[in-house]
Write a protein that binds this ligand. Sequence first.
Ligand code: IMP
Ligand code: MG
Length: 176
Amino acid sequence: MIQLHDLKFEPFISEERITQAIEQISERINKDYSGKNPVFLGVLNGAFLVASEIIKRFEGDCEVSFIKLGSYKGTSTSGNVETLLGLTQSIKDRHVIIIEDIVDTGNTLEAINKILVEKEVKDFKIASLFFKPEAYKKKHPVDYIGMEISNDFIVGFGLDYDGLGRNLTQVYKLKK
Ligand code: IMP
Ligand code: MG
């Protein structure tokens, strides 16, 4: 068990299981984007680790960009997605692969969706290491899902609780 700020967390998903999920996503992306020079768009801060793992497994040419959005306050979503750092590179007419650490309510994805339509990308798909089906409220499909998980608050592998826990190499869930 570990403690971050005032809360206790217990081990939930091992590093091996995470690696396996990343390899499954990467295999599919490598197949779908062979010869296409896609732009990987990581969503900061949480997706920095997943992005590096997926991008280093990509076998063709690709470009990398990041966008920073925020909605979480403590252990729940504020429902209000803010753009904290926008896109600096043109992605017009490009194949874009969004990389997320986790898709929860889908509010963040909806905001990104809007940004990508405005930027006139050729097409885009979404890759997320974790997906909480019970929390998801949108219709847009999440194309590459590493693992579906229960509706619990988790930390580790990029995911934080008020800034802490991103460096943990396995995933922990909030102890109730
Ligand atoms: P959504 O907008 O509700 O889908 O939430 C997406 C963002 O909220 C993710 O990219 C995370 O940064 C954060 N988030 C959602 N669930 C968790 C969690 O269980 N732990 C830590 N952060 C989370
Ligand atoms: Mg995130």
